[in-house]
Design a protein. Structure first.
Lengths: 340, 182
């Protein structure tokens, strides 16, 4: 039985093990980025951040998660019960599913069995990502709507508008890379970057994708969905306990997914710069290091930029980002046609 | 026809029109500048003081919890006697009305203070006290002074009523004192 379309035979049990390993890795990365964000935000603001729980506050995420999970699951009487329970699950599911296509390394020989260090190498890589990105928006939308609260609803509506506007630019930013690489497979795109990382020839694509990525993950300065100054908590106002933890988990996992995709598509995936070719087991660490750098950038931007106004967000997305992305695609298309 | 403010009016300086391509370019530059600023703050390191472990030293004239005083045991005239004579001037001066003094006569068998009378009861309700220091000024014998201790939280309101024994006891110096020129 073959679960995914790969170029070589991979037994079904290998894929099951890989699925479990990827979920476990994702689960371990989220507390790390959680504490990293709180510590770094503290440093950016001239304070220490959490430093009471465990050595240097390292156990803070554990305490946070335990607190959230032991809380009462409350639900407003105006909410729609089934959707209210399902919406956070959709968010978390799509985040983990998108994580599956990030390649952490090439096909490795583990005890004589070829194993690709990624969940699945889908032949439609970016489309898979955007498909799950589109489903992820249902998590926010249904969560906000089923809460039966005005603030949640407003947050969800903003989220919907924002995601739709920025997904277009994000997609167009990737089209340039796909033209150049000539493949939709993410491992194929990484292999195509052996000579030069795409961040150099596709610099504008990189910037556009990164900016749109901020909007896709609802992170500052595009965190209008949970604009706490005006919307209490946005779409997750009415959520508490484990369900809120799910949304939180999904948000941070989305940061990691966007970091991973940017790493794969623009920063050469598991490739090291200056032609260094380390043994295969180093690859995942190279990818994780690049992801960590990008996550740091996410936190850095959050510490720097104030939230955009809603009309600014819309005009930025449609009047600046989209034309730039289109222009980038056009120029790349012309260059690719001319040079080939 | 638009209103002409005349020549004497200060010219209004308008910024560049937002929203255009130039505005985007400027916004990008300003974003980079902001990123540089926050990064510099991170390099600078934290400025906070980790309170229970680190404390800001207080100045010598800081008005903390009160202290009652005795004469030195080596004092020739009245060794080890209390300075307070129970005159209640502190209680009269107290704007928060938190001091209660009950005076009694000194007898040859029971000599507590240097004067004719002494304070049998001397209580300060620190949950009422505003730490103005008027009691210190009112006292004719310097029997009461303001100390340096400001860590006065307790689990019970009644525990904040300090009795004479507590005020006379050698205070635990929990607060660092700022030295000259520090």
């Amino acid at each position: 039985m073959i679960l995914a379309d790969v170029a070589y035979y991979e037994a079904w049990w290998i894929q099951v093990i890989k699925a479990i390993v990827i979920f476990a890795v994702a689960l371990q990365l989220v507390p790390v980025i959680l504490i990293a964000e709180r510590k770094l935000l503290g440093r950016f603001q001239g304070r220490y951040g959490p430093n009471r729980v465990g050595p240097y506050g390292a156990l803070q995420p554990l305490a946070d998660i335990l607190k959230l999970l032991t809380k009462e699951q409350s639900r407003p009487s105006t909410s729609i019960g089934f959707l209210f329970a399902v919406a956070p699950m959709i968010s978390i599911l799509t985040a983990v599913a998108a994580f599956a296509i990030i390649p952490f390394g090439d096909v490795q020989n583990i005890f004589g069995t070829p194993v690709g260090l990624y969940g699945i190498d889908v032949s439609i890589g970016p489309l898979y990502l955007f498909a799950f990105g589109a489903v992820a928006f249902y998590g926010i939308m249904l969560g906000g709507w089923s809460s039966g609260s005005k603030y949640s609803f407003l947050g969800a509506m903003r989220g919907a508008a924002q995601l739709i506007s920025y997904e277009v630019s994000q997609g167009l930013a990737l089209v340039g890379v796909i033209f150049t690489a000539g493949t939709l497979s993410l491992t194929g795109i990484v292999h195509a970057q052996a000579g030069m990382w795409y961040v150099v020839p596709q610099f504008f694509g990189f910037i556009i994708f990164l900016v749109a990525g901020f909007a896709e993950t609802n992170r500052a300065p595009f965190d209008l969905t949970e604009a706490d100054a005006e919307l209490v908590g946005g779409y997750n106002t009415e959520f508490g306990g484990g369900r809120f933890a799910s949304y939180f988990f999904a948000e941070y996992l989305n940061v990691l997914v966007v970091s991973g995709i940017v790493t794969t598509v623009f920063l050469g995936g598991w490739m090291m710069p200056f032609g260094i070719h380390p043994p295969g087991w180093v690859d995942p660490f190279v990818v994780l290091f690049k992801m960590a750098l990008l996550s740091f950038f996410f936190i850095w931007v959050r510490a720097t930029l104030p939230r955009l106004r809603y009309d600014q967000l819309m005009s930025f997305g449609w009047k600046i980002l989209l034309p730039l992305a289109t222009l980038n695609t056009l120029v790349t298309a012309i260059l690719v046609t001319v040079t080939h | 026809m638009p209103w002409d403010p005349g020549k004497d009016v200060i010219e209004v300086v308008r910024g560049p029109r937002p929203g255009a391509a130039g505005g985007t370019y400027r916004a990008f530059g300003e974003t980079l500048r902001g990123l540089k600023t926050t990064f510099a703050r991170m390099i600078e390191g934290p400025h906070t003081i980790q309170y229970p472990e680190q404390k800001v030293p207080v100045y010598p004239r800081f008005r903390g919890r009160h202290k009652l005083h005795r004469f030195d045991s080596s004092d020739p005239a009245h060794p080890g006697l209390e300075k307070c004579v129970g005159c209640s001037l502190c209680a009269a001066a107290c704007p928060a009305d938190c001091i209660r003094v009950v005076a009694a006569e000194n007898t040859p068998e029971n000599r507590v203070s240097a004067g004719e009378r002494y304070a049998v009861v001397y209580e300060i309700n620190l949950s009422r006290c505003i730490f103005c220091g008027y009691c210190e000024i009112a006292c004719p014998f310097d029997a009461i002074t303001m100390g340096h201790d400001y860590e006065l939280s307790d689990y019970n309101r009644s525990d904040l009523i300090f009795t004479k024994e507590m005020l006379l006891a050698e205070p635990v110096e929990r607060t660092p004192l700022r030295n000259e020129g520090e």
